[in-house]
Design a protein around this ligand. Sequence first.
Ligand code: 5GP
Ligand code: SF4
Ligand code: MG
Length: 455
Amino acid sequence: CGIFGIFNHAEASNLTYLGLYALQHRGQESCGIVSSDGTSLHAHKSMGLVADVFGNQEIFKSLPGKSAIGHVRYSTTGSSVIKNVQPIMVDYSRGSIAVAHNGNIVNAQIIKDELEAYGSIFQTTMDTEIIVHLLATSKANSLLDRISDSLNRIKGAYCLLFLTETRMVAIRDPNGFRPLCLGKLGSSYVVASESCALDLIDAEFIREIEPGEVIIITKDGLTSYFPLQKAEPTPCIFEFVYFARPDSYIFGKNVYQVRKEMGRQLAREHKVDADIVIPIPDSGVPSALGYAEESGIRFELGLIRNHYVGRTFIEPQQAIRHFGVKIKLNPVRDVLKDKRVVVIDDSIVRGTTSRKIVKMIRNAGAKEVHVRISSPPTSYPCYYGIDTPNRKELISSSHSIDEIRKYITADTLGYLSEDGLIGSVGTENTGYCRACFTGSYPVKFPRLGIAPQLD
Ligand code: 5GP
Ligand code: SF4
Ligand code: MG
C-alpha cells in the first residue's frame, strides 16, 4: 500500500490526490482521502484507481480543510471489498480519528479475539482496524501515550498516518519494514511512502522517518518521539527489487541506482554469450541496463508493454481464447529474430508469466533465451505487507533452479545470489529483511496456525 498526508495547506485534499497518484504503483485496488477542516473529518473513498476515484473536481468540495491523509490499497489482509477501503475513519469518545496503514500486523488475530471478548465490534476484515480499536479503548490521557500503548501491543510491519481534527501523526514501526519520508512544502509538512510523491507536488525532501519514530504535527509544528520498544531495523529489501518506484529514495538510497547495480552484479555472476539484453518491462528495465553495461552486450527493447493495462484488467468473459500476457506485452520481432537473447526480470513468483514470456520471445524468432533474475529465488511468503502467494504456489519453494528453468523453457536460468543482492544494496545496513528469500523472519509470529502458515 501507499500512504500520503499533508498538514496545513489550503489545497490539502488536492495535493493528497496528486501524492496518491504518484504512489499508485503501491496499490491499485482502492483508494481514499480523509480531510480535516479543523473541527471535523471528511472522507471520500472507493474501489478503483486514483484518477478514476478522484477524477471529478467536484469531489474535492466534499473534502474541505487544510490537512488530509490518503491511501492506495493493495490487499495483504482482508478481502478486496469496499468496506475495507482506507483510510478508516471512526468517531469515539474523544472525537474522530482516521488512519491509513501500509504493512501487515502479524498478531492481528490474537488481539482481535481479545478485543471482541471485551465487546469491540469490527466493521472491516482488515488488521488496520485493530489499531483504531486499541487507540479508542486505551485509557491513557495523551494521544502519544494512547499511541504507544496501542502500538506496543502489535507486532509486524506498519507505516501509519493518523489524522484527527487538529493533528496529523506519522509512525514507522521499530523494524522499519516499509519506507516513509518527511517533506516540506512552504510551511506545510508532507509525509509519503516514497519520495516520488514529494517530487510531484514540488515538496522538499527533509528526511526519512526513522524506525520506531512517532511524529506529531500540529499548528505549532512538528515533534518527534521514540516511545516504542526498540528493535534492530530490518527494512524490506524487496522494496528495492520490485516494489518501490526507481525514481524514489528509500532507506537512504536511490532505487534506480540499486537496481542497476543488481543488474551489473547479475552479469558478473551469470555470464553468457548472447547478442542482446532485454528487460521485462517495467520492473526489469534498470537491472537490464546494468547487465548490458557490465557484460558489454547490447541493450534492446524486445517487449513492448501496454501501459494502460492495470492489474485490475479483466478479459472479456466470452473470450474466444485466453489472451493472457499478450494483453500486457508484445514482442518486437525485428529485435528478437535469430538472436541469442538475455531476458532480465526482477523475480519469479509462480513462474506462469515467465513461462509465457519465454515462449513469446521464442515465437518471435529468438534463437536462445537466457533468463536472468535480479534477486534470489523467492521461496517464502511475505508476512510484512507484500502480497506474495502462499508457499505452495511459489515455484522455487518446491523446485530446483534447473526444474524452474525447464518449466519456463529457458536455455539457461540464473538468479542473483543473496550476497550479490546485499552487495548491490550496500553493506552499511546488513539488517535488511530478506525473509522471502531466506525464510528467516525478523518478527516472529505469536501463535502458529492462526497467523502465517510456514508451509
Ligand atoms: P511469474 O513468472 O512468477 O508468474 O511472474 C513474475 C512477475 O511477477 C515478475 O515480472 C515480477 O515483476 C512480478 N511480481 C513480483 N512480485 C510481485 C508482486 O508482489 N505483485 C505483482 N503483481 N507482481 C509481482
Ligand atoms: Fe520484504 Fe521479503 Fe521481508 Fe516481505 S519477506 S518484508 S517482501 S524482504
Ligand atoms: Mg515484472
